[in-house]
Design a binder for this molecule. Structure first.
Ligand SMILES: Cc1cc2nc3c(=O)[nH]c(=O)nc-3n(C[C@H](O)[C@H](O)[C@H](O)COP(=O)(O)OP(=O)(O)OC[C@H]3O[C@@H](n4cnc5c(N)ncnc54)[C@H](O)[C@@H]3O)c2cc1C
Length: 431
């Protein structure tokens, strides 16, 4: 089995030179070459600020952005109904609409710059795991109606018989189809976007971990990197996700690094391909499976949430067992790649976006639902930094709430275990 991710093995070998000198000045320096950092840098360029530098500690897409399930879908980690309770209907509706606009923006960037990232249109299908529960079927339909009535969003209701035509499994009941979602190879997209930023006059540096950010008396900041190089910037965006180490405690103390895991199988022979829909697939449990068919006929399968990072052999074993609960006919299929990744979660499960001090911006805590929201953050930050618009006032509701380190992690694990238990009971005792 490969120890690298499937994405790392199949992406082009694009490299970006480390920052090597200390003579560069830019308008905006961005810490982190994940989707949040790249979206902010590209958003700035699209608003006429071309002098940007992205500094990435490892390689572009090394974090969650280059390891994820590849689902590009609407919404945030926090439930849509909770957004309404927090913000009121109008602001919640606007936030949700931004996430859908971000899907369109990602799509249009892929097309405008011919980013080759295996984009597969066909939506995202939310499947009812609790097939024997009439209540769970009703809840799915209520969810569709709620989205339509409150956010004006249509998710198609799919009958169980149709699900069984699309998927060779008896595991699920009905489903909801979010049609304008798609899926892609996230690392190819991250690398492609980094190349676009560079072609537009920006700087992208890999192996350039930012070790410190100092405010200069004359204005602006200096960022020093691991190779003793430095760069000056009028403004800074910190987008280090769960991979940011203790450098800025206000940020690292406000989000928990939570692991989730992915495997890819070897290519499936024609008689064993169980998926006949181009949609990306996930189910309605708290710790759901998320999976999709890849262009080369492998199955990419993700799942589990944990506070522990695990080694690839253990991940392969756990996720293959999950896969076989749905598709037992794939028992003889080998797992070719297994990996984990860290998501960053705030206690409120919403992204944290704001300013630590004038000119020192941040965007983190996109959780497990971050591909579109990181793009929303990039747009908001680019508007704010370029002086076009302030950050939405409603973001203040989702501040840098402390997570209490190890105690917070243990509490998160207890919450996950409880939610998993509740789902297991719901499966045994359908209502
Ligand atoms: C396994 C997995 C599956 C997921 N599946 C999906 C999905 O299908 N759909 C979806 O919407 N979301 C998904 N997510 C969530 C989504 O991937 C994340 O929310 C999103 O990618 C976060 O982007 P980010 O830029 O904030 O962080 P990251 O992508 O983690 O990027 C942060 C970057 O900052 C760098 N960095 C950290 N510290 C420094 C420093 N000091 N100097 C320089 N660089 C630094 C890191 O090396 C890293 O590359 C998944 C996440 C995981 C882990």
């Amino acid at each position: 089995m490969q120890t690298q991710t499937y994405y790392a093995v199949t992406a082009p070998r694009l490299t970006f030179q480390p920052l090597a000198d200390s003579s560069t000045d830019v308008e905006v320096a961005v810490l982190g070459g994940g989707f949040a950092g790249l979206a902010a840098a590209r958003g700035l360029q699209e608003r006429g600020i071309t002098s940007v530098a992205v500094l990435e500690a490892q390689t572009i897409g090394h974090g969650a952005s280059g390891r994820n399930g590849g689902f590009v879908f609407g919404g945030y980690s926090r439930d849509a109904a909770d957004l309404v309770s927090d913000l009121g209907l109008a602001a919640a509706r606007e936030f949700y609409a931004h996430s859908r606009e971000a899907i369109a923006l990602i799509r249009s960037r892929i097309e405008a710059h011919a980013i080759d990232c295996d984009r597969q249109e066909g939506g995202a299908l939310l499947l009812n795991w609790f097939r024997h529960s009439a209540r769970a079927e009703r809840q799915l339909r209520d969810q569709a109606r709620w989205l339509r009535e409150n956010f004006g969003v249509t998710w198609d209701e799919i009958e169980p018989a149709q699900v069984r035509q699309w998927l060779d499994t008896q595991r699920y009941g009905g489903a909801l189809l979010e049609r304008d979602a798609f899926h892609f190879h996230p690392l190819k997209y991250a690398l492609g976007l980094a190349r676009v930023i560079e072609h537009a006059g920006g700087r992208v540096h890999e192996h350039s971990a930012v070790m410190s950010i100092e405010r200069l008396a004359a204005g602006g900041f200096v960022l020093r990197t691991s190779h003793d190089a430095s760069i000056r910037a009028a403004q800074v965006v910190v987008a280090g996700g769960a991979y940011l180490k203790a450098m800025l405690p206000a940020l690292t103390g406000a989000r928990l690094p939570i692991a989730t895991y992915v495997i890819a199988t070897e290519p499936l022979p024609p008689n064993l391909r169980p998926i006949r829909t181009p949609a990306a697939l996930y189910d309605n449990r708290f710790a759901f499976d998320y999976y999709r068919a890849l262009a080369d006929h492998r199955l990419l399968w993700g799942g589990r949430i944990s506070i522990q990072e695990r080694d690839p052999a253990r991940i392969a074993q756990m996720l293959q067992a999950d896969l076989l609960k749905v598709y037992p006919q794939l028992a003889a299929v080998r797992v070719s790649h297994a990996w984990g990744g860290l998501m960053s979660y705030a206690r409120h499960k919403m992204p944290q976006i704001g300013q630590l001090a004038p000119g020192l911006w941040f965007a983190q805590a996109f959780g497990g639902h971050g591909v579109a929201p990181t793009t929303v953050a990039g747009e908001w930050l680019a508007d704010a930094i370029s002086g076009r618009a302030d950050l939405p006032a409603a973001l203040r509701r989702y501040g840098l709430t402390p997570v209490f380190g190890q105690a917070g992690l243990l509490a998160a694990q207890a919450t996950y275990s409880w939610a998993e238990l509740r789902d297991a009971l719901k499966e045994r005792l359908p209502g």
